[in-house]
Design a protein around this ligand. Structure first.
Ligand code: NDP
Length: 290
């Protein structure tokens, strides 16, 4: 039996990588993109260009969406809403959990089956089994199409709630953007002191490599509400972040990021947590914290 045919709607860097990977693995691919020219190379590589969204939906049961956000999905699919019945929509566009739930309800109401996906890879990781995508929605729908979707990345099923894949994705992005911005900030301070990014790289790498041990240490303590100051104390953290901020200030570098970090640390000490671990900031930041 031949490989399952797939429609890919949305040909930004991610959608292009996905369509290319399906083609490379022998899957017949139909593509549609608002800016039609972005399909040219894929068509040259064997994809079929759908003339309209309606044609793209009619071509295959399995339809992968790779769009900027859910607004783009509604802009594209609402005019062809009556063509969604019987389709399996796999929405690999990022958005919030609430909007993923609303999108699932919308598509399901029109007779489609719907999976949310959160891709944890850059386009260059598509087609590599070590990359992974969070999926949520009806498990039987994922099972029915897992073999095909596995061509893109590993499939990490996180539950029936269509918002869950988005939630896990956003949790990762919450960490990713802040960490990467702190990296750029450190590079700016290094640069102001005549140290290049390349020179700093081994040290930055060592710092990043130390993080998993901290995560593993604090996870059970946070779950248990144990913020004992036996290993670190928030008051020490405040002094440390002040040093970071003053070092940036002296270098003439923007202090918005360490300033924001310091503000949260100081809220912790104002809440009487100075003798507790810095992990007590979890309590300061969580919903309903006073
Ligand atoms: P892009 O934003 O570059 O892709 C955008 C796609 O959405 C294009 O096909 C674009 O069409 C289309 N689009 C946007 N707005 C509209 C609209 N109003 N109407 C019609 N089409 C629209 O994103 P990427 O390809 O980089 O990523 C796709 C998704 O994957 C995003 O949700 C992103 O968060 C996620 N992702 C991306 C990663 C990455 O490294 N790139 C990593 C992990 C996840 P047109 O070509 O006509 O502009």
């Amino acid at each position: 039996m031949g490989k399952q045919a797939v429609t890919v709607i949305g040909l930004g860097p991610m959608g292009q990588a996905m369509a290319r990977t399906f083609l490379a693995n022998g899957h017949p691919v139909t593509v549609w993109n608002r800016t039609a020219s972005r399909a040219d190379e894929l068509v040259a590589a064997g994809a079929v260009r759908a003339a309209t969204v309606r044609d793209a939906l009619a071509a295959n049961e399995l339809v992968v969406l790779s769009l900027t956000d859910h607004d783009a999905m509604y802009a594209i699919l609402e005019p062809a809403a009556d063509a969604l019945a019987g389709r399996v929509l796999v929405n690999l566009s990022s958005d919030t959990p609430e909007r993923s739930r609303a999108a699932a309800a919308w598509a399901t109401g029109l007779g489609a089956r719907y999976l949310t996906g959160g891709v944890q890879s850059s386009p260059s990781g598509i087609g590599k089994p070590e990359s992974a995508t969070f999926y949520s929605g009806p498990e039987e729908v994922l099972q029915a199409h897992r073999e095909t979707l596995s061509v893109l990345t590993g499939t990490d099923y996180v539950g029936t709630d269509p918002g869950l894949a988005s939630l896990y994705y956003q949790l990762q992005m919450d960490m990713f953007w802040t960490s990467m911005l702190s990296y750029l900030h450190a590079l700016a301070v290094a640069d102001a002191n005549g140290i290049s990014a390349q020179e700093f790289l081994p040290h930055a790498t060592a710092t990043a490599a130390s993080i998993p041990d901290f995560l593993a240490f604090y996870a059970p303590r946070v779950d248990a509400g144990n913020h004992a100051g036996d290993v670190d104390r928030l008051a020490m953290g405040v002094a440390s972040v002040e040093h970071v901020l003053h070092t940036a200030e002296a270098a003439g570098v923007d202090t918005a990021l360490p300033g924001a970090v310091l503000e949260v640390f100081r809220r912790g000490t104002a809440a009487g947590r100075g003798g507790d671990s810095f992990s007590s900031l979890f309590e300061v930041m969580r919903k309903g914290a006073s």
